[in-house]
Design a protein around this ligand. Structure first.
Ligand SMILES: C[S@@+](CC[C@H](N)C(=O)[O-])C[C@H]1O[C@@H](n2cnc3c(N)ncnc32)[C@H](O)[C@@H]1O
Ligand code: SF4
Length: 369
């Protein structure tokens, strides 16, 4: 299984916490940019002719902020240049306040069958504080347009002044909208973003408070029928994001557009983060790759462990041993014993116990050389 990711680096405005590659002031370049993306796809057509792609993920940035015709052309280009499987999952990220009935209609017509909506919080003052370009009412309007569709909602915990009651309300709003999938992210105060100052000023909840918010959120989501399948991802039965599952299974994917990363034939590579450089490369018929790293056997093992232990299912021990010719339980005996309290083995899988999944990083470190 393999996936395609396309990065659309435009937003209405920049949220205070965000360090994703997005240029709110360069939206006028959307047409030239998308033309370059179609061209980049064409440049990779031959090399990827043997692949069957099972997912296409249009992310950002805010793909829904640009004219919908560019998105329709993007899906058409992906179908024309690559073997996209018949029942491929085709997702687009959308932001409330940037959609209309006709936009959603065209998305559906061109084959998009999954939507990911950024709500973040159901409390207007928190949305304002995050610098979001929408209020709760725009989310309700957006959810109405998506009624009956397969969609996910992003929410955040660890926000300034956020109470457990606020989290409860946010999750209830997300679930009540009819979402089949909810992602619950703990706010990461990224250095260089305005919110980092709030963090330095001690205005954000501390680690213990966030852990409490997370445990509360998990319980609430479960009560509403959303099972956790990865640290930050929850869904109704069978509604996992196939695109993200592929990432966690160390699957192959190709990324197009600025800052997009790829993993093909055990090589990880990343495109330039600079919009001008991206244009320059494509217009001179060069691939915009700035970083390329071959993952050796040990690296592959480490990645497999790291990614699998983020998931609720855990690491398939037999599959790991078959892939790498190892004896996993013997080779990692000391790491397993050291973390005995946090781990469990059942159905041939090693996994981090439910209650410790949120703090998986420290546990995972013991499995890395
Ligand atoms: C690229 S954004 C997705 C879509 C769209 N641009 C939006 O914001 O609605 C992906 C998600 O990552 C999460 N996110 C972004 N920056 C984050 C941060 N610093 N800490 C935690 N989550 C973050 C947000 O929940 C956001 O919805
Ligand atoms: S809308 Fe999304 S991508 Fe754009 S700035 Fe906000 S969080 Fe970042």
């Amino acid at each position: 299984m393999a996936g395609i990711y396309v990065h659309v680096p435009f937003c209405k405005s920049k949220c205070r916490y965000c360090d994703f590659t997005s240029f709110p002031d360069k939206i006028g370049f959307a047409e030239s940019y998308m033309t370059c993306v179609y061209r980049e796809m064409l440049m990779r057509k031959e090399e990827l002719s043997s692949y069957v792609f099972d997912t296409l993920y249009i992310g950002g940035g805010t793909p829904s902020v640009i004219d919908e015709s560019y998105i329709a052309m993007l899906v058409a280009a992906a179908k024309k240049y690559f073997n996209l499987s018949k029942n491929a999952e085709i997702t687009i990220e959308i932001n409330p306040g940037t959609v209309s009935a006709s936009k959603i209609e065209l998305y559906k017509q061109c084959g998009i069958n999954r939507f990911s909506v950024g709500l973040q919080s159901a409390v207007d003052s928190q949305l304002k504080d995050l610098g979001r370009c929408h209020g709760l009412n725009e989310f309700f309007a957006c959810a109405k347009l998506l009624r009956g569709e397969n969609f996910s909602v992003d929410v955040m915990i660890g926000l300034k002044g956020q109470s457990l009651g606020d989290i409860e309300k946010t999750i209830e709003v997300a679930a009540g909208s009819g979402a089949s999938h909810i992602s619950m992210y703990a706010l990461t105060p990224e250095d260089g973003t305005p919110i980092f100052t709030d963090y330095l000023n001690g205005e954000l909840p501390d680690g213990d408070e966030v852990a409490e918010m997370y445990a509360f959120g998990v319980k609430k989501l479960r009560g509403l029928g959303y099972e956790r399948y990865e640290v930050s991802n929850f869904c109704k039965k069978g509604k996992e994001s196939r695109h993200n599952l592929n990432y966690w299974q160390r699957g192959e994917y190709i990324g197009f557009g600025v800052s997009a990363s790829s993993h093909i034939k055990n090589v990880r590579f990343t495109n330039t983060f600079d919009l001008d450089e991206y244009f320059k490369c494509i217009l001179t018929n060069h691939l915009p790759v700035i970083d390329r790293e071959e993952v050796d056997r040990d690296g592959q093992k480490e990645e497999s462990i790291m990614l699998a232990l983020r998931t609720a299912k855990g690491l398939d021990i037999t599959a790991f041993d078959a892939e790498f010719g190892t004896d996993f339980l013997g080779d990692y005996k000391s790491a397993i014993e050291k973390n005995e309290k946090y781990l469990e083995i059942s159905d041939g899988h090693l996994r981090i116990k439910d209650e410790y999944l949120f703090v998986q990083n420290t546990i995972i470190c013991d499995f890395l050389s």
